[in-house]
Design a protein around this ligand. Structure first.
Ligand SMILES: [Zn+2]
Length: 153
């Protein structure tokens, strides 16, 4: 399935009609508890998902990283919570980031993210549904794989 031709429409199907007590979803996530629960990297854990947000905690071991890809319909951003990470981007741009840094990448830009440090890296990724990923070789390091070419988070 491809979404190349169609714009993305967000449907907000659940509206609050007034002040509402929170439901069963966790109101507080402690990063340390998630790390202990998930075990050895690599792993990812969805923290928040609604009509507008897909927030995922991602752990990569030294040398680990993502499959380079780009997004049609949203800009993506991350908060680095631990380790040292490098973003290789379309056009020869390289962004190096460490704990407490925020990285923003516009739609259409291939992002190849790698843990370039000696410790576990943690990053909180903020994407927007449906969050189609279009995989593409990294133009900088040439990384490519033969996995699926598209994937919907
Ligand atoms: Zn992405």
């Amino acid at each position: 399935m491809s979404t190349v031709e169609s714009p993305v429409t967000i449907a907000i199907t659940r509206l609050a009609l007034g002040p509402t007590a929170p439901g069963a979803s966790p109101l507080l996530t402690r990063i340390g508890e998630v790390v202990a629960q998930m075990g050895p990297a690599p792993w990812s854990k969805r923290i928040i998902a609604d009509e507008r947000n897909l927030v995922t905690l991602i752990a990569s071991p030294p040398g680990g990283g993502n499959r380079p890809h780009w997004h049609r319909e949203f800009d993506e951003w991350w908060v680095v919570l631990g380790g040292r990470l490098q973003w290789e981007l379309t056009g020869g741009v390289v962004v190096n980031a460490a704990k407490d840094d925020i990285v923003w990448v516009p739609r259409g830009t291939v992002h190849h993210i790698r843990n370039v440090g000696d410790d576990l890296s943690l990053r909180l990724a903020v994407a927007m549904p449906p969050a189609w990923h279009i995989y593409h070789p990294c133009e900088q390091c040439g990384f490519a794989d033969d996995g699926p070419r598209e994937w919907c988070a």
